[in-house]
Design a protein around this ligand. Structure first.
Ligand SMILES: Cc1ncc(COP(=O)(O)O)c(C=O)c1O
Length: 429
């Protein structure tokens, strides 16, 4: 829609929100952080990685909403980069964690929650015959590689070029602090390209322990690419032929696409799956689940951490998985995501802007045509955040089951204005 009176009215309705957005406390905290935290902040929250206008510090979350340290409210489309699948502070999950915490969390040995949760995962995920636990996605992906090596007695692992599997030296996306030797046993293929997998396999000789793959291509900074079912089936066939482990990195997508594992959607079952993020709706937990064929390998690999047996996050995880089923969370995210995607498509068209929307609707991403440097995306998400909608310019978004149709309608009012701003700044396509 060009700059019309109707649009001006919509914009007016958001001006109050803009006027009340201040970042005084955020700025003060940034200054303090720069003195005591190297670089002011690290990882994907690194000061340089945060787009202008995004708050660095958040204080509170309830359902689909979050508030920053200055009290500004946002509809949350990032969900803590994945963990918040049911919405912030889900009452049943928080109650389960609090009840466990009141008994004991971190003890000399695990509580019975670990057995109950392993049983629940085995009952929920068709390819899982056993489960083990850790704290972060990197713990889980790294351990999957060790299990594959222990089980096969081989060294090489095939990974997709550019895929993110965590921050350990073997998979850290930045070279600083790592050595070439850390990756000496990795070979790379191109996602959705079986020929490149066969080439990497050949280069590995008889030494391939496993192939690690994400359920779809969700590399940050790129359009997302759904898996070609023939590619998934091809990987399964290669692993069956060679004895290598098919490792699904379900850390980011797990429990958003299918409760039984993200490749249930294409009918392919991995040997090992790594989970974290959404597994406990924000409580720190990771899991590896595996098929019987890899049980002995799993038994052999030493696996532990100071907090890896802690019970509160396991209680939270059981409540999360139960609520995902009972509340039909995947269906609600799909409905909200479809509404959002359709609304964004119609708005972009009405503003004469060409966009691409990629990935599953529960984990969508939007890019603009002719926007390799993300300047349009920065204006779009910058205008959205100023008006109370938390999107990200370069990373896929995450929906939670707490998003209602009203939330989507409210968010779409804001994105309409944000698209208008992009058009004003860059012109129509
Ligand atoms: C696909 C994937 N694998 C592994 C990881 C690493 O998980 P964590 O940051 O919990 O170590 C992530 C985190 O974003 C991820 O998206």
């Amino acid at each position: 829609m060009p700059e019309t009176a109707q649009q001006d009215r919509k914009e007016d309705s958001t001006l109050k929100t803009i006027a009340t957005h201040t970042h005084t406390k955020d700025r003060a905290l940034r200054a303090r952080a720069s003195a005591v935290i190297p670089g002011g902040m690290y990882g994907h929250q690194n000061v340089g990685a945060m787009p202008e206008g995004f708050p660095q510090f958040l204080e509170r979350g309830r359902g689909s909403r979050i508030w920053d340290v200055d009290g500004n409210e946002y509809i949350d489309f990032m969900c803590s980069y994945g963990p918040i699948v049911l919405g912030h502070a889900h009452p049943k999950v928080d109650a389960a964690a609090a009840a466990q915490q009141a008994e004991a969390d971190c003890q000399n040995s695990p509580s019975s929650r670990i057995v109950e949760l392993a049983e629940l995962l085995v009952a929920t995920i068709p390819h899982a015959d056993w489960a083990t636990f850790a704290k972060n996605g990197t713990d889980a992906t790294t351990w999957c590689l060790m299990v594959a090596r222990a089980a096969t007695g081989r060294r090489k692992v095939l990974a997709a070029k550019g895929a993110y599997h965590g921050a350990a030296p073997w998979c850290n996306p930045r070279p600083n602090g790592t050595t070439p030797e850390d990756r000496a046993n990795l070979l790379y293929y191109s996602y959705n390209n079986l020929q490149s997998v066969e080439a990497a396999l050949e280069a590995a000789g008889d030494d391939t322990a496993g192939i690690i793959v994400s359920p779809f291509r969700h590399d940050a900074g790129f359009d997302q690419e759904l898996v070609d079912p023939a590619f998934a089936r091809g990987l399964r066939a290669i692993c069956d032929r060679t004895g290598a482990a098919l490792i699904l990195d379900d850390v980011r997508a797990g429990f958003r696409l299918d409760i039984g594992g993200s490749w249930e959607t294409v009918g392919v079952r991995p040997d090992l799956s790594a989970y974290s993020k959404a597994i406990a709706n924000g409580y720190a937990l990771a899991a590896v689940v595996g098929a019987d064929k890899f049980r002995e390998g799993a038994r052999q690999v030493f696996n532990t951490g100071s907090f890896w047996f802690a019970a509160a996050s396991m209680a939270a995880s059981m409540a999360t998985i139960t609520a995902i089923k009972e509340e039909r969370a995947i269906e609600s995210m799909t409905n909200a995501g479809t509404l959002f995607r359709d609304g964004l498509a119609a708005q972009a068209e009405s503003h004469g802007l060409r966009i691409r929307q990629t990935g599953p609707v529960q984990m969508p991403f939007l890019t603009f045509e002719d926007d390799a440097d993300f300047r349009k995306a920065l204006v779009f998400t910058g205008e959205a955040i100023r008006r109370g909608v938390y999107l990200h310019p370069r990373h896929n978004w995450f929906l939670s089951a707490a998003l209602t149709e009203d939330d989507i309608a409210e968010a779409l009012e804001v994105t309409d204005v944000a698209f208008a701003r992009v058009r004003t700044a860059f012109g129509a396509d």
